[in-house]
Design a protein around this ligand. Structure first.
Ligand code: ADP
Ligand code: MG
Length: 232
């Protein structure tokens, strides 16, 4: 059971006269972790917006678990099993950590319980604390836990380590790998330290186009990628 879960082909996105994406191909296998990197403005968030249905691509197809999804309403795509965490954490600040997870579990179809979810996101010891009192990194983990609690097949993360300390960034990479035995994760990221810690299959976007796809060790060693992405 390690088939292709997500397959995007020839994705193009035009905003008026501006071509934000063109000819982007990207596929992800079940229970894998993939990363999309590229400089600011490369089209990473636009690509996620297309997968979640926030945007309808002007070219190309997206298949999820075999079904064509490009252009479906976001709530329908979510119901098929695609969850997304945005850059800004949105937890219920006046509820406890455990209550936040409990609320997320209500609406979902995850067989996991609250304790198990808290264990996965590393917040067992914080369960009775108010979510509003968590550190920035902990809030992000709680939000990842809430997204996972809905039982998605695919979790999309847009710059999940924005604003995190180096230690939190490393812990987030570990958390994502722990998640991969229950769902597929695609992380879009700008912070090279996180991508290095994640050390996984990586797609490089440059000016809205496919640039290279390879394991991160190869990406990092690639002179051409360094020129466009790392600016060296
Ligand atoms: P990234 O996430 O890689 O930083 P984005 O996907 O946010 O890049 O943006 C890619 C390009 O598309 C940028 O030049 C951005 O200004 C442009 N863009 C994104 N969304 C819109 C929109 N709704 N209308 C017009 N231009 C947009
Ligand atoms: Mg972005």
């Amino acid at each position: 059971m390690n088939g292709t879960l997500l397959q995007a082909e020839g994705i193009g996105m035009r905003f008026g006269g501006f071509q934000a994406l063109s000819g982007v191909d990207f596929d992800v296998k079940e229970n894998s972790v993939a990363c999309i990197i590229g400089p600011n403005g490369a089209g990473k968030s636009t690509f996620l917006n297309i997968i979640t249905g926030t945007l309808t691509p002007t070219a190309g197809t997206v298949r999820f678990a075999g079904q064509a999804i490009a252009g479906l309403a976001p709530h329908r795509i979510a119901r098929l099993g695609i969850a997304r965490k945005f850059q800004i954490p949105s937890v219920f600040p006046s509820m406890t950590v455990a209550e936040n997870v409990e609320v997320a579990l209500w609406g979902g179809r995850s067989p996991a319980g609250i304790d198990e979810m808290l264990e996965i996101i590393g917040l067992s010891r914080r369960r009775l604390d108010l979510a509003g009192d968590l550190a920035h990194g902990e809030k992000q983990w709680l939000e990842i836990g809430m997204a996972i609690a809905t039982g998605p097949k695919l979790l999309l993360l847009d710059e999940p380590t924005a604003g995190m300390t180096p230690e939190e960034t490393r812990a987030t990479a570990e958390l994502i790998h722990r998640l991969s035995n229950r769902c597929t994760v695609v992380a879009v990221e700008h912070d090279i330290n996180f991508v290095r810690a994640l050390d996984t299959d990586t797609l490089v976007l440059h000016q809205g186009q496919f640039f290279r796809r390879a394991p991160f060790v190869e990406i990092e060693a690639d002179e051409a990628v360094r020129d466009v992405y790392l600016g060296r």
